[in-house]
Design a protein around this ligand. Structure first.
Ligand code: ADP
Ligand code: ZN
Ligand code: ZN
Length: 740
């Protein structure tokens, strides 16, 4: 039997979906594996180039006489890129994208970047060793070398140019010290490490027995679970467990990736890691340029760092001996990509870990239904942390029924209970956070008489009112003047219905003229660094009240906050998808968790029009299991995930009829493929049926088995390839979608 290999030749070329088939010579058959790098003769000149084996087959797709042989396997090549390329192949198959899109995701920046202009010089040995060496140089009258070393000892991280000038030495002196590995160079000053020279600082926290047991169990476990899920309330000590695991990895020559939702990637959160791991850590976030990101990846590849902290995309850090992938706040929606391939970081992490024998650790106070279900089924190992560290107590939670409030005549957005508590905290000079589930001084403009909602003519979404002067579309930016009369019925009771953060700020300022108020939402955090500035300023006590959207509830540890108000708990409840309850439970739990992280009188007020809803009741009592039981029963009854898998197929076109027609054809294809084994809905117009004049139609498919969805996707692709479709139509696949 012979073997044939499909090979990708140039991972930076445009046409990445094209593979070339080669014969695997008999002597290589036993050792060749997918992902390996090989040398092959290419083109008519048979120039030897290298490529990566994407798949192996027993039968050739072409006439064998026209196929060439693989020359050799490049065993000595680092396999990390092979690993990432195979991960891309898995993503292509699992999330229904092209290989090109998958490779772009996994290898996000061109690796062969332009050579840097400046280089920066760092001390590469300890300060003590350097001082010893310096006196040797001085004794031997290596004066230039000594001047340079002396300069770098006190200016490690300096620009080469500056060093040349200040120490009055030549480039050859620099190269000499580089060659001796006394100093090292980098293309960037090390500004990403805000805590310098901490490497040797003693780390003072000693894990509790509970924490230690969990860390040890994960480190030593040999059951090969897909993942380890730490379910622990906020402040229960999960992060310290992560650090213990990472430290163990480092001790054993293994690297770690820690994923944090982008919004939680703040200096405050990352500082603890710098303090413990010093220069071994690097952080990737969206504020870094592509070049800076690529630098960090290169540092990881070269082994200069052992820990990369970052959002979803940090999952593809090219570590060659990856030990752990830790995903904090694993339930967060930010772990699902919104661009093709629409991968989920948790599942993709599990796949990467499988390929390199790493372990996946998930942590959350409110695990996703899917993850918790997997843990209960035994696919993940489950650990629980039920207490806050340092005897921190959970806040006392009050649920306020806003319907009663309204009937009593309080038309304000702030209930009497919350108002009274706010007064109390302001008197005590403690801080308050007010959370609202949306952004800006903006709201839907609707008519109270007839219910008409004013929408964008291009996007089919409600316009938002800004400052009572104009109405704006948040998708395409369309603007129009505010109106005073309903265009449908002529009523003058038309306007914004619900308050945003800016309006709340005004109301609160009115009620508490003495209080200093800060606001954090998409509008106040547009500029680089403004998010951090607000966080820092508020934690320094520069304001009494922080008003904000989702941003304020995630991950910040404000020590002096003893009161949290959740102003409109229902807003996420009625989003038109089955995850509304889960989202609400998670948001409220997190918001409540912000109160009293280090003191005893933490209180939270949940204002709601549905005080009996189980998401709200269980969030108030911090009862995850209670919530889970109710929610899982609902999912089971309705055949929703995790009992089924879903595929969302989005059909885009500037021509609505073309989109609909293609949708109908695709639906027909699905039905002929699988008969009654799947539930197929649509094609329908989604919530936002038109964006920038492109129409969207959506088909939902639900099946028990994920693989059935993959087959459906292949079937549709085959159908589309064989039949002529309207030119302008685009298809997007979203497996197990989180948004609608
Ligand atoms: P989580 O990640 O679950 O929110 P953290 O690990 O951040 O919890 O811990 C909450 C707080 O308790 C932090 O300030 C942390 O430094 C502290 N802490 C955690 N574990 C210990 C410990 N074993 N001893 C002392 N303090 C601890
Ligand atoms: Zn009207
Ligand atoms: Zn629009």
């Amino acid at each position: 039997m012979s073997l044939y290999a499909d090979i990708i030749v140039d991972i930076t070329a445009k046409n990445l979906d094209k593979t070339f088939q080669y014969i695997v010579p008999v002597q290589m058959e036993s050792e060749i594996k997918e992902g390996m790098q090989v040398d092959i003769p290419f083109g008519s000149s048979n120039k030897v180039i290298n490529g990566y084996v994407i798949s192996l087959k027993d039968t050739p797709d072409f006439d064998v006489s026209r196929l060439k042989n693989i020359i050799r396997i490049n065993h000595e090549k680092t396999y990390v890129y092979s690993e990432l390329i195979m991960l891309a192949a898995w993503m292509k198959d699992n999330y229904g994208s092209s290989m090109a899109a998958a490779l772009k995701t996994v290898l996000p920046v061109k690796r062969h970047m332009e050579v840097k202009k400046d280089r920066y010089l760092f001390l590469n040995i300890s300060e003590k060793e350097a001082l010893d060496l310096l006196s040797q140089y001085e004794n031997k009258h290596y004066t230039a070398r000594a001047r340079l070393l002396k300069y770098i000892i006190s200016n490690s991280g300096t620009k080469e140019k500056t060093a040349l000038k200040e120490a009055s030495v030549t480039k050859s002196n620099v190269n000499d010290l580089l060659k001796r590995e006394v100093i090292k160079e980098s293309s960037k000053p090390d500004y990403r490490n805000p805590v310098k020279n901490q490497e040797n600082s003693k780390y003072s926290i000693i894990l509790s027995d509970e924490q230690k047991n969990i860390a040890d169990d994960i480190i030593n476990d040999e059951e090969n679970k897909k993942a380890y899920l730490i379910h622990g309330i906020t402040g229960s000590g999960k992060t310290e467990i992560y650090m213990e695991i990472i430290a163990d990895g480092i001790k054993n020559g293994k690297q770690s990736i820690l994923l944090i939702p982008e919004i939680g990637l703040t200096y405050q959160n990352v500082k603890r890691f710098y303090e413990r791991f010093g220069n071994k850590v690097t952080v990737i976030n969206s504020r870094l340029s592509a070049g800076e990101k690529s630098d960090q990846f290169l540092r990881a590849e070269k082994g200069e760092v052992d820990l990369v902290i970052g959002p979803r995309s940090a999952l593809f850090t090219p570590f060659s001996n990856l030990g752990y992938i830790i995903i904090d706040e694993e339930h967060d929606g930010a772990y699902k990509s919104e661009i093709t391939p629409r991968y989920h970081a948790v599942n993709t992490a599990i796949q990467r870990a499988l390929m390199c024998n790493a372990k996946v650790v998930l942590g959350s106070a409110t695990p996703s239904l899917e993850s918790y279900n997997n843990a209960l089924k035994g696919e993940y190992k489950l650990y629980k942390l039920n207490k806050r560290m340092n005897n921190g107590k959970l806040p006392t939670v009050h649920i306020v029924d806003m319907r009663e409030e309204f009937n009593r005549g309080n038309r304000s957005i702030i209930s009497e209970k919350l108002k009274a508590l706010m007064k109390d905290r302001l008197n005590k000079h403690q801080q308050i956070m007010l959370f609202i589930n949306r952004r800006g001084y903006e709201s839907f403009v609707s008519c109270r008489s007839c219910g008409e909602v004013i929408k964008c003519p291009h996007c089919d979404v409600a316009l938002s009112e800004h400052n009572g002067k104009k109405m704006v579309c948040h998708y395409c930016g369309y603007e129009t003047k505010s109106i005073t009369k309903c265009p449908t019925c002529g009523s003058k009771y038309i306007g914004g219905f619900k308050a945003g953060t800016q309006k709340i700020e005004k109301l609160v300022a009115n009620d508490f003229p003495e209080a200093k108020i800060m606001r954090m939402d998409a509008d106040t955090t547009k500029r680089k660094g403004s998010h951090e500035r607000i966080v820092e300023s508020f934690s320094k006590g520069e304001a009494d009240i922080l008003i904000g959207t989702q941003m304020i509830v995630k991950g910040h540890d404000f020590k002096n906050v003893t009161l949290v108000g959740i102003l409109a708990a229902d807003l996420s409840l009625y989003s038109p998808d089955f995850r509304g309850n889960e989202r609400t439970f998670s948001l409220i739990t997190q918001a409540v968790g912000r109160a009293g992280r280090s003191s005893d009188d933490g209180e939270a007020v949940i204002q709601t029009y549905s005080p009996d809803n189980y998401s709200i009741v269980n969030a108030a009592s911090c009862n995850y299991e209670g919530f889970y039981d109710e929610e899982i029963a609902f999912r089971k009854l309705m055949d929703y995930p995790p009992f089924t898998h879903m595929l969302m197929i989005i059909i885009n076109s500037r021509n609505e009829m073309d989109a609909l027609l293609t949708g109908d054809l695709i639906k027909g294809t699905i039905t002929s493929l699988i008969g009654k084994d799947a539930l197929v809905l649509g094609p329908a117009s989604p919530l936002v049926g038109k964006i920038k004049d492109v129409y969207k139609k959506v088909i939902y498919v639900r099946t028990i088995k994920y693989d059935t969805l993959k087959d459906i996707r292949k079937g549709i692709d085959d159908f589309l390839a064989k039949n002529r479709m309207p030119k302008d139509v685009g298809i997007v696949y979203d497996f197990d979608p989180l948004t609608y």
